[in-house]
Write a protein that binds this ligand. Sequence first.
Ligand code: ADQ
Length: 464
Amino acid sequence: MAVSRRAAAVKVPVEPAGSRLVIISNRVPSPRERGPRAGGLAVALQDAIRVRETLWFGWSGETAAPEAAARLVAQGPTTYATIDLAEADFRGFYRGFSNGMLWPLLHARVGLSEFRRSDLAAYMAVNERFAAALAPLLRADDTVWVHDYHLIPLGAALRALGVRNRIGFFLHVPFPPPALYECLPQGERLLRSFGAYDLIGLQTARDAGFLSDALAACGVARRARAFPIGIDPDDFAATARRSAGGRDTRRLVDSLSGRSLILGVDRLDYSKGIAHRIRGFAQLLRRFPQHRNEVTLLQIAPISRGDVPEYRSLRRELDELAGRVNGEHAEFDWVPLRYLTRTVPRNTLAGFHRHARVGLVTPLRDGMNLVAKEYVAAQNPEDPGVLILSRFAGAAERMEGAIVVNPHDPDEIAEALHQALTMPTEERLARWQSLRRSVWQDTAAEWARSFLAAIEVPREALAS
Ligand code: ADQ
């Protein structure tokens, strides 16, 4: 592994086979994280970058007085290039505009969003800094692929520096209907910056439609297209099989004493609808008392963005709600809800998924939601569990076979849970077969392949 503080010092193959892929995401996994535990984008892109020379550029995750040039670390065919952010930039760009304004807005929670002109200025400035540090590293035939809401104006900032490469953009989170998007002050400025991209991808046809409408309304001649992200289902299924026989899953199973397991797995985020889910579960216990002392809901929700105020208040709300539900329903030999804010390793989770009779995935709004796909991949084909899925997860657009619910109605969640817990085997098998087809069709590898195939066409064929 070669480590260098300067671009010029890094050795790259003189004449690469084919053009290079350049990925830009807000966070670049640190060398320690780059492995089976990395999750997220690293997993989704692993097939694309395994065989192709790749430059992966982004924020190091560190706050420090920034240097102009990126730090480079080469690992196999991939070179990771990172820059630090100044503390003030981190606050304005990341905590402020990206996570305090854009995240809630794009998840249709305008009431939670907080706009400050200084945050928007930091957001634009950091995107310009990214562009200035990246541009000298680019080669003429690189394909550039920008990821997610932190970096919407990056393409335009690169163009302003004279970069003429193919540049694509993928938004991992939803896009709201134009009437909501309009709430964003200076929102047209961001929309116009989409005009710099040769290809714009979103998770679902519905979100692509909303963004295309917003772009058309402000005169940007670009249409967004749907590229549903997925997982590596064979890999996750194999991990689940292994892990289900391991020590942690056995301990979990023993502790349930024969009760059915309902499983929720999320980052602790208000978009995931965790409080609504717990209320739905409590409603199951009230309305369908035959399940009392027969089921356990295990909710695993490690803390994320703990320095953003809304996330701290969400945590307080969930602490109180979990205590109340257990106080009301627990018996001396049964605690209905197990609520963990600690992280559980991915491999262990895979075994838990396999054992869960019900996968309960009820976000209020979600770009895709990969947990739903992981739940399906982890099941035992002879005796699969049932997926309950919010209609507001992007995953619902192509996952027939789930019980689809509106998470705003606790009674609907309760009824779906009752249906799932009492579902005859043939129906469980038929639903899972249908879900399996979709998870094995819309994989991570296929997502990356189709996006890159759509952008790596002759210039004149690129959509305008
Ligand atoms: P996230 O909001 O992070 O991602 P999601 O798709 O549900 O959401 O999960 C991404 C990965 O994180 C999955 O591999 C999942 O297993 C893992 N994960 C989630 N909760 C976990 C937990 N408690 N412990 C360990 N691992 C956990 C964003 C968008 C999503 C979109 C993805 C990918 O918000 O809508 O599906 O990007 O594009």
